[in-house]
Design a protein around this ligand. Structure first.
Ligand SMILES: Cc1cc2nc3c(=O)[nH]c(=O)nc-3n(C[C@H](O)[C@H](O)[C@H](O)COP(=O)(O)O)c2cc1C
Length: 392
């Protein structure tokens, strides 16, 4: 059985997150296999314009898959040819989505609890699909219902070209720790390629999980949203310590790709600003976690579960780019759009961003004052180099 993906590292399908401009940015950092945001097959079958738009790929995407969500085999008769016609390299069947909107309608992770329905879908895929298809699974629906051996075998029996295993149940959603022993179990069960997924934030965690599971590849979701350069780190097996100026350039590039995609008119700028604000929720979580000091800690729990404190000392850009909060996210989104929509220089952008630092520090000092008045403890200031961590 040939490997359906072009690379051993894959960008995960993520609603909203793995939008086309973001996937293009990840391609700049070397990812060769990307997947669309999930598409409800019923909406695509009706020719919904927004869903049809999700089939688009950037020219930079070397191997692009489209992910669909359905419980109805008849949907596949209609949507598979549409996807094939769009030029996708493979189709991924979503059997892991935990959100209520999917689960209540009998799709996504519900299929793990309904093996007969899953089998019907796989049988139909086998019949109607002329390009490789893959299946994205979780370890089971809930504790006590772990059935990754059964579902991965079923995918193999129906000639799926590969499977992705996220080592959590539906009930776990994103809580707890992804269990890579579930990936290992799938690897031991089937001969088709298995890609493991869950909780990878650093190249050394990727190496460790591959060694544990013997999976043929890793799929990265939130790790890429936090630092899109993770693909280069994994490829080169080293930490990339991007300066704050370099990070501003990367985020600015993403903004530019968005404006190119959504349009540089008032509507496109509003859409870009809203997307960038969403992205900054994760991009501001980035902290430098060098292998020398963090590898050891990653054995205690995956580093993605480590919520690092804000930064209040050092370079103003470091302070601004590490600041959480809805209002800040929106402010950052607006500034990046203003700069790129008007062709302002990187220097302009850096100055405008740096000017926010005093306000962040003042807010922090105000927070300390209020907490002291309430006689409660408060967060310690940290520098970019001395990073305490809190598990959340
Ligand atoms: C914002 C967001 C949206 C997601 N949307 C999808 C989706 O559309 N389809 C899917 O199969 N998984 C989706 N996922 C799950 C991811 O593909 C992945 O399985 C999960 O995040 C675990 O990997 P990670 O720890 O590398 O993030 C989403 C995850 C996030 C964070």
């Amino acid at each position: 059985m040939s490997y359906p993906w072009k690379s051993s590292v894959i960008l995960a399908p993520m609603s909203k997150g793995s939008n086309l401009p973001f996937r293009r940015l990840c391609c700049d950092f070397g990812v060769k296999t990307t997947i669309s945001e999930m598409i409800f097959a019923s909406a695509l079958a009706k020719g919904n314009r927004k869903d049809l738009a999700l089939l688009r790929r950037a020219p930079q995407e070397e191997c692009f898959g489209v992910q669909i969500l359905t419980k109805n085999p008849d949907d596949l008769d209609i949507v598979v040819p549409i996807i094939e016609e769009s030029g996708a390299d493979f189709i991924d069947l979503n059997c892991g989505c935990p959100i209520d909107e999917a689960v209540k309608r009998g799709m996504g992770a519900t299929l793990l609890d309904r093996p007969n329905r899953l089998e019907q879908l796989l049988e139909r895929m086998e019949k109607v699909c002329h390009i490789p298809f893959t299946v994205k699974l979780r370890s089971g629906y809930k504790e006590g219902h772990i059935n990754i051996k059964q579902t991965s075998k079923m995918a193999e029996d129906h000639h799926a070209s590969g499977i992705v295993v996220h080592g959590r149940t539906r009930e776990h959603r994103y809580t707890g720790t992804a269990d890579w022993n579930m990936v290992k179990l799938a690897v031991e069960t089937v001969k088709i390629p298995v890609v493991g997924n869950g909780d990878i934030l650093t190249w050394y965690e990727s190496e460790d999980r591959l060694e544990l599971s013997h999976a043929q590849g890793v799929m990265i979701g939130r790790g890429a949203l936090i630092k899109p350069w993770i693909f280069q780190e994994i490829e080169e097996k080293r930490d990339l310590n991007l300066t704050p100026q370099e990070r501003v350039e990367v985020y600015s590039r993403l903004t530019r790709y968005m404006l190119e995609h959504f349009g540089n008119d008032a509507h496109g700028q509003r859409t870009t600003s809203s997307f960038m604000s969403w992205h900054f929720d994760l991009l501001t979580r980035y902290r430098y976690l060098p292998e020398s000091s963090w590898h050891e800690k990653s054995y205690e729990h995956p580093l993605i579960q480590t919520r690092l404190n804000n930064i209040y000392e050092g370079h103003p850009l470091d302070i601004v780019l590490a600041s959480y909060g809805k209002n800040w996210r929106q402010t950052l989104g607006n500034i990046f759009v203003e700069a790129n929509a008007n062709g302002y220089s990187q220097e302009w952008l850096e100055e405008k961003l740096s000017a926010l630092a005093p306000e962040i520090i003042a807010n922090y000092q105000e927070q300390i004052k209020r907490k002291a008045e309430k006689k409660t403890t408060c967060e310690e200031p940290v520098s970019a180099n001395g990073l305490p961590y809190n598990q959340f």
